[in-house]
Design a protein around this ligand. Sequence first.
Ligand SMILES: Cc1cc2nc3c(=O)[nH]c(=O)nc-3n(C[C@H](O)[C@H](O)[C@H](O)COP(=O)(O)OP(=O)(O)OC[C@H]3O[C@@H](n4cnc5c(N)ncnc54)[C@H](O)[C@@H]3O)c2cc1C
Length: 422
Amino acid sequence: MVDAISRTTVENECDVLVVGAGPAGIAAALTLVASGKDVLVIDKATFPRDKCCGDGLTTGALRMLEMLGFDPNTIDNYKICTDVVLRSPSGREIELQLPNSEKDAATTGQFAAIAPRIELDNALVRHARSRGVRVVENCAFVGVVRQNKSQITVNTESTSVFKEINAKYLVAADGMWSPVRKSLGASTASYLGEWHAFRQYVGNVTGPAAEKLFVWFDKDLLPGYAWSFPLPNSRANVGFGILRGANYSVQDMKSLWVELLARPHIVDALGKDASLEGRHTAWPIPARVTSAKLSAGRALFIGDAVCAADTMTGEGIGQALLTGVLAGEAIISSPNYDQTKISASYEKKIKHEFFADHRMSFTLGKILASSRSTRAALRLAGATDWTRRNFVRWMFEDEPRAAIFTPRRWHRKFLKRDGAFN
Ligand SMILES: Cc1cc2nc3c(=O)[nH]c(=O)nc-3n(C[C@H](O)[C@H](O)[C@H](O)COP(=O)(O)OP(=O)(O)OC[C@H]3O[C@@H](n4cnc5c(N)ncnc54)[C@H](O)[C@@H]3O)c2cc1C
C-alpha cells in the first residue's frame, strides 16, 4: 500500500523512462504499460509538433498501429490510398492497384495510407495517455547523470517539471541525432545518415496526384526517387530523397527542388495550378540497423535512434513502431530488469525481425542505383496482372521484404492477407 502511494506521488520515479514521443517511443510505452509498467515519456517538443516526413504508412506500419489499438479515425486528414503510379527512368509509367475493398468485395482492410505527421504523432500521444502512459511535453533530455545495477538517472530541462528522473530502464526514441545515444558515448562521430530527404506540402492539386500515389525514378535521382503522396482536400505531400554520396549533395537539394517541380511529368501529375504551402523541410534518414549499437548500459535504442529505416526506400515509421514493441517486450521479459538479459533479448529480436530484410533491401537498393536495372525491374513488375498485383503488395510490405528467403515466415496466406483495420 505504502509502495503504491509513493509511486504515484513521486513523479520523477518510474519503471521505464522513454525519451521521445514519436512513433517509436509511443509504441514502446504502449507495450510496457499494457503489462503493468509505470511508464514516463518525455519529449522536448510540445504536441502537436510536425516531423519532416513523407507521411506514408505501409501495410506493415498500418498492421503495427492496429495491433497497438490505435484508431486512424482520430486523424482528420487521413487518406487511404490504393492507386499507385511508378515512373521508370525511361519515362514509362506503370499503374498498380493495391487491393481495394470498394472495387473488390473479396478484399478488406487498408494496405497504404497517408497521415500528416503533425496529426499522426499527436493522435498517438493522446492514445498513449488514454492507456495510462504519462507523457510530459516540453521536457528535454539533457544527459545521463549516473547508472548502477538497478537504476538509471537522467537530467532534464523543462519549464514545468522535474530536473532529475530515476528509472529502472531507459528507452531512447529520440530520433536521428539521439542525444541519449550521444550522452552514453554510443554515437558514431560524423555520422549523418544514409539518406537525406526533402519534403513540402502542395495545395490545389488538380492532376491525378490528388488521388494517386506517385513514385518517380528519375534517372539523375537514382538510387533515390521523388514522390507525391495524396492527402484530402486536393493536397499532397511531395518530396525527394537522395542517397548520400550519389549524384547530388545535400547542398544541391534546394535548387534541385525548384527544377524538379518544373519537370513536365511532375507538373502533369500535380496539375499546373498546384501551389507550394508553408516552407520546405529536409532531414536525414538513418538506415543501417545491422551495424548500429542496439543498447548501452541500462538503455535500449529504438526507431531512428537505432537507424532502423529501410535502406532501399528510407521509410521508417513501421520500423520505428516495431523496434518500440520489441524493446518493450525485451524489458518485460526480465521482471527484475536484468541488464544482460534485456540487452540480449532485444538484440535477438532485432536480428530476427530486421537483419534479413535489411540485407534484401540493400541488395535491391544496388539494383535501383542503375537506370538500366531499374527500368528492367519496373518492366517486370508491370508485365502481367499477377506481377502488377503482387509487386505492389510486396513493395508496400504486405509481407516482410525478405520473407521469400526466410522460410520461418512463410504461411498459407502469403500475399493474400486482408489489410489492416478491416
Ligand atoms: C523527408 C522524409 C520523408 C520520410 N518519409 C517517410 C514515409 O513516407 N514513410 C515512412 O515510413 N517513413 C518516412 N520517413 C522516415 C520517418 O520519418 C522516420 O523513420 C520516423 O519518424 C522515425 O520515428 P522515431 O519515433 O524513431 O523518431 P522521431 O519521429 O524523429 O521522434 C523523435 C522524438 O524525439 C524527440 N526528442 C529529440 N531530442 C530530444 C530530447 N533531447 N529530449 C526529449 N525528446 C527529444 C523529438 O522531439 C521527437 O518527438 C521519412 C523521413 C524523412 C526525413
